[in-house]
Design a protein around this ligand. Structure first.
Ligand code: NCD
Ligand code: ZN
Length: 345
């Protein structure tokens, strides 16, 4: 196979930031993607309908000319989230989902949830109106090893919430473990899982062997090889529960290459080329479209995009090592293998 035409993809988990960074990274996504679920972890976070409307407008004004990209907005769930505000935002189609960050789990998550009983009423209302919950699935307890935080979250937090409110639609985001894959796969129609591009490529050795590689550090942190293999099998399976959420998360190089480096891999620029290479390696190119363009909209109850992109296999394609952001350079994810698939819009 040397050309592959698929429905235009969507990104079901994306960080666009704000200001100069937003302007710099947005074209990297809009070049290939039609829609994206926009993460609300700005400083301060996007917590109210008014915040989401203002952020959506800033994204729309930063869009390259002629782009039809549609940002799908989310609210950042806090213990003070008001049901009436959230319901109103959902009713007018301003928001597509709500994001749950356990407090302290990752970049800009300090306003997240500490006591899950305090958000129960909000979650019940979301179940009533069919508004999905996007979950950052890691516990934050200091005594839990960072490599175990996802598996422990499933047992201690996610499964109890889902048993308590079975009607709630949940996306377990950026799953990084076999435990996450199994939980999503066996969890019925109300749970989906997003998988990032980078977690299909790297395991924890990539971060730590032969010197520390800050550009491979993200949260949830990459795990052992057996987990990466489970993620690859899930992503390339075509199963409806698994879809792409790149978690492309730009930070300027001085904040990554730092004594206390920020978490996040910036993959928007080359994601589709990297994914095509992976699906080819797994002999699953015929299932790339399900992962990037069909399963996500189906889970969210949306139509797939009606236009297409074409990927063409040829001599290795190169991407810039970094993009300039106005705030400083942002390093593009290096998969560590040549990319042969070029994307044309
Ligand atoms: C994200 C960020 O930088 O905002 N970082 C990351 O490592 N993925 C936050 C997140 O999604 O956890
Ligand atoms: Zn993220």
């Amino acid at each position: 196979m040397t050309t592959l035409t698929i429905r235009r993809p969507d990104d079901w988990h994306l960080h666009l930031r704000d200001g100069a960074m937003l302007k710099a990274v947005l074209p990297e996504t809009t070049r290939h993607f039609a829609r994206a679920i926009i993460m609300p972890n700005l400083v301060p976070p996007v917590v109210t309908a008014a915040d989401a409307a203002a952020y959506r407008d800033r994204i729309l004004s930063a869009k390259p000319d002629g782009s039809k990209f549609k940002p799908l907005m989310t609210l950042y769930l806090t213990e003070d989230t008001e049901v009436s505000d959230l319901r109103a935002a959902a009713e007018i189609g301003l928001i597509t989902a709500v994001k749950l960050y356990p407090a302290g789990a990752t970049t800009n998550s300090a306003s997240g949830v500490r006591d899950f009983s305090k958000v129960k009423r909000v979650l019940e209302n979301m179940a009533q109106i069919g508004l999905p919950l996007c979950v950052h699935g890691e516990v934050t307890d200091t005594e839990i090893d960072i490599f175990d935080r996802e598996a422990v979250f499933i047992d201690r937090v996610l499964d109890p919430i889902r048993r308590d409110i079975p009607g709630l639609k949940v996306i377990m985001e950026h799953i990084t473990t076999k435990d996450g894959v199994d939980y999503v796969r066996t969890g019925g129609d109300n749970i989906g899982g997003t998988i990032t591009t980078h977690h299909l490529v790297i395991n924890r050795n990539h971060i730590l062997v032969g010197g520390i590689k800050p550009h491979y550090y993200c949260l949830p942190v990459a795990k052992r090889e057996e987990h990466r293999l489970a993620l690859r099998a899930a992503a390339t399976s075509g199963e409806a529960s698994f879809f792409l959420g790149t978690d492309s998360a730009p930070h300027i190089d001085p904040l990554k290459e730092n004594a206390c480096g920020c978490a996040g891999c910036f993959t928007a620029t080359n994601t589709m080329s990297v994914l095509a290479e992976i699906f080819e390696q797994e002999d699953a190119l015929d299932r790339l479209e399900a992962f990037t363009s069909l399963n996500g909209p189906a889970f969210y109850g949306l139509e797939p995009n009606d236009d297409t992109i074409t990927l063409t296999r040829g001599a290795p394609v190169t991407y810039p090592d970094k993009i300039e952001s106005g705030d400083g350079p942002v390093t593009v994810f290096d998969p560590g293998f040549p990319l042969h698939w070029q994307v044309s819009a």
